[in-house]
Design a protein around this ligand. Structure first.
Ligand SMILES: NC(=O)c1ccc[n+]([C@@H]2O[C@H](COP(=O)([O-])OP(=O)(O)OC[C@H]3O[C@@H](n4cnc5c(N)ncnc54)[C@H](O)[C@@H]3O)[C@@H](O)[C@H]2O)c1
Length: 435
């Protein structure tokens, strides 16, 4: 290979002559592909899931933050969804956005490895590879780099290599891929310059950091911070109730402090692809490398993982107060996604609540207009509308996700008994309790 020329790379970005390959067309990769296409790059959206590729080619977006019109416009500009690795030939920039799940409590980096092998045989001099998947500090240097350096190539000498964590807030219109500052890093100065140039063409603000390990840690710090603070208010909510104090009012009042406080609210647990997983990547790395336990992460996992069971306990207590058992009661669960405004139900605590209630013999019905109708629920759990009839027919309604388009007035007016885990009905006249 020949020495990469940073000036030539920058020119290919500025003049939009670069071909951009995005490996993994999921919640993270598809928005990046759309933005790169909008900015005038030739984009190949590579995914080994042929069903997803067929959907994209047909103009069907399975990611809520990517509207069909945006996908149609990208396709019209030449965006190429593909599961054929040969379509990656000659890429100038490759972004890896593949899953990084936990398997038996340990990081599963096999998807990154597979993506890296796919790219390694197609890597040409002067190209840039950036990892976006969330992972523990050291992955880019220790796992990705050696695979790409096979055949005697060297990062920084023959090609550019970097890491840039994704920060999307699914469902948010205020903070988008473009407006959210993007942390960027490279394995050396030339690589950092290439990563900065590429993302500088896509987003409003780039934030360079000193090393790929630092950028990897940034993402885990952000998510561990959220995880720990949510656990704090969840545990507080359970204690405050027993102490006879309204935790929601206390949180609102604390949030009037203009400095040194950030508002987090209790709920039925944490879900999605980040909080239940990412902090454990960090804890795993700390234990593996330093031989010590990351106690904050362990405690936050314990508290947040307990929340679905706590919700079920509260449901049982509310029914008990009416001389009813969970078994045989008709319970309407509202919300299956892991947070409001999204269709993402992965790791959602609501699914655990549904399973537990069903397991206890409740006649469970579920409503969520965002989560696709074919998502598997426990056998016999029916998906229904949130209608006055359904609300009235339930013995108890559990509000788990306060999607903004829910008919909260109807819920308050028609449900005979509600457990509101999001305090969304506070201030309304309703029969029931908040978490
Ligand atoms: N979803 C989020 O909100 C979010 C936010 C920040 C970071 N992340 C991180 O980004 C990464 C991707 O997450 P996601 O939510 O986009 O996942 P996803 O499951 O929605 O998408 C990943 C895609 O990668 C594809 N894929 C897997 N292996 C592949 C391979 N070898 N070659 C080509 N395609 C392959 C899968 O088929 C899938 O379509 C993860 O590390 C995640 O932790 C996610």
């Amino acid at each position: 290979m020949t020495t990469p020329d940073p000036a030539r790379f920058r020119a290919s970005i500025e003049q939009r002559t670069a071909t951009v390959a995005i490996i993994g067309q999921g919640y993270v990769g598809l928005p990046v592909a759309m933005r790169a296409s909008e900015q005038g790059f030739r984009v190949v959206g590579f995914d080994r899931d042929e069903t997803r590729i067929a959907q994209l080619r047909a103009g069907h977006s399975y990611v809520e933050d990517v509207p069909a019109e945006q996908l149609a416009a990208a396709l019209a500009r030449g965006y190429l969804p593909s599961s054929d690795p040969d379509d990656l030939a000659g890429f100038d920039v490759a972004v890896i956005s593949v899953p990084t799940p936990l398997r038996d409590g340990a990081p599963d980096l096999s998807y990154i490895e597979a993506a890296a092998h796919t790219l390694a045989t197609r890597l040409t001099p002067g190209a840039l590879v950036v990892l976006e998947s969330t992972t523990y500090p050291g992955t880019t240097e220790e796992l990705l780099r050696p695979i790409l350096e096979a055949d005697g190539r060297a990062a920084g000498t023959d090609f550019f290599l970097g890491y840039s964590p994704e920060r999307i807030d699914p469902g948010s219109t205020e903070w988008t891929f473009v407006t959210t500052p993007k942390v960027v890093s490279g394995v050396d100065a030339a690589s950092l310059a290439a990563v900065e140039a590429f993302y500088g063409a896509l987003v409003d603000t780039v934030v360079p950091v000193a090393s790929t390990a630092e950028a990897e840690l940034v993402k885990l710090l952000e998510n561990t911070f959220r995880h720990v603070n949510i656990a704090l208010v969840n545990e507080l909510a359970m204690f405050a109730r027993d102490l006879g104090v309204d935790v929601w009012s206390a949180i609102d009042a604390a949030a009037t402090k203009p400095f040194g406080y950030m508002r987090f609210t209790p709920g039925p647990g944490v879900g999605g692809h980040c909080l239940p997983i990412d902090p454990s990547y960090l804890a795993w790395r700390v234990e593996r490398q330093l031989g010590t336990r990351f106690r904050f992460v362990e405690l936050a996992n314990e508290v947040n993982n307990h929340m679905p069971d706590y919700v079920v306990q509260r449901v049982a207590a509310m029914l008990n107060a009416q001389s009813r058992a969970v078994s045989g009661s008709r319970i309407l669960v509202i919300g299956l996604a892991y947070k409001p405004g999204t269709s993402d139900w992965r790791e959602s605590p609501a699914m655990t609540v549904v399973e537990r209630l069903h397991g206890l013999g409740a006649r469970v019905r579920a409503h969520d207009a965002h989560v696709p109708a074919d998502v598997a629920l426990a056998a016999g759990v029916e998906r229904v509308g949130c209608t006055p009839d359904e609300l009235e027919a339930a013995d108890l309604v559990v509000l788990l996700v306060d999607h903004p388009d829910l008919p909260f007035d109807d819920i308050a007016a028609h449900a005979p008994l509600v457990l509101d885990t999001r305090a969304r009905l506070r201030g309304r006249d309703f029969r029931g309790e908040v978490l």
